[in-house]
Design a protein around this ligand. Sequence first.
Ligand SMILES: Cc1cc2nc3c(=O)[nH]c(=O)nc-3n(C[C@H](O)[C@H](O)[C@H](O)COP(=O)(O)OP(=O)(O)OC[C@H]3O[C@@H](n4cnc5c(N)ncnc54)[C@H](O)[C@@H]3O)c2cc1C
Length: 405
Amino acid sequence: MLDKLSDVLVLGAGPAGAATALFLARAGYDVALLDRATFPRDKPCGEYLTPGAVQLLRDEIGVLPELLALGARRLERETVVPHSARSFSGPTEALACPRLVTDNVLLDTVQAAGVRVTEGFAARKIIREGGKICGVTGTNAQGEQQTHRARVVVGADGTHSLAAREMGVVRPIPRLQRIALVTHYAAFGTDVGGSVTMHLPRDRSDACCGVGASCGPDGTQNVNIVVPLSEAKQMAGRRQEYFEQRLKSSFPQVWEQVSGLAPVGPLHSVGCFGHYTKRATDDGVVLVGDAATFIHPFTGEGVFFALRGAQLAAQAIDESFQRSDFSRHSLRRYDAARRTELLSRYRLCDAVQHVVHSPALLAWASERLRRSASLTEILLQTIGDRMRPADLFSLSNLRLALSTL
Ligand SMILES: Cc1cc2nc3c(=O)[nH]c(=O)nc-3n(C[C@H](O)[C@H](O)[C@H](O)COP(=O)(O)OP(=O)(O)OC[C@H]3O[C@@H](n4cnc5c(N)ncnc54)[C@H](O)[C@@H]3O)c2cc1C
């Protein structure tokens, strides 16, 4: 069979791949997008979209009205319930939206923009010729082997990215090797006014639990827990039982609300393996979204990172086409843009993890945040991707923080 050739080949049709394909198709490029899944496909996730992600979906991608029409829920409050200290909360302009809806709407938009989408294509091997990455081989939905080639390949194939492994740039973060269990329940009433809550375990064990607002066509609520990888053995063959026991022992306030309810749909488990990449470019290739970096999902910024990363990647790829130069040297502007725009956000995410893993520090910080609504709002705006992390340390914010002592 003849090889298929395009300007840009995007591997992975999650938010990172779909958005990169969309921006490049709108810029006039011939783009092919491949995914092994058949859409609509689910993706285990907290299904929270930060205010920054909402802004990109509205202003840059243009799908917000459609998401709202399909059941995305505007959130009004975000709450953190620390181990045994009192909770704090603040206003937000985030959304809750099932991934089944978000990712499918993005893919429809991509197709309408003229991208050639192939679902059911599992990439098996990245093709490298003369040192440059120039395509992939794999099997299509009919089980036939196919080769797709392009001037630039975008690796948007998630946390276990084939492209990132081929580049040899993946650096695991050992303390972020975890397992997530995600399910849905019929609305159970904690989301009055539209609220998302992050719980830390009462027993101070190493875990967290997210409870979403009711949203989507069936109005269900997302409940997810993230636990250390070392607990994988305990859940083997008895995931549902393990999930319920863990809620009961570590998150009794959540268990109280869902104990009488039957889960709606399956309980998904997924490896939640933190990693970063030494660089996200090589000759002929860029990495976007989880393929480039995956940090703990506690702050719920993964989709924002995917969409903003897609925008930065599309700009760098467009410039490489202007120069007809697809070498790493030419594409590395994307690495620089990621450093400027995203690195400080990844670091803040990581700093939040350090605080969360120190119950005493978290209790102290929670009390300061409870005393100052303005400080809470500033922090939520920052981890909500609407303010730059550097702004947290402005003189006025430091004064505000000192006033809570
Ligand atoms: C438990 C949990 C909770 C989370 N909660 C949130 C949250 O509330 N808010 C938030 O913003 N983020 C959250 N995240 C993170 C978020 O899910 C990811 O950051 C986001 O999905 C990244 O998008 P992506 O496009 O890079 O990857 P993905 O969405 O994973 O898409 C990758 C795509 O690549 C395809 N693919 C992979 N390998 C191949 C192959 N070999 N051939 C063909 N196709 C392939 C897959 O089928 C998939 O469709 C959470 C993550 C976890 C694990």
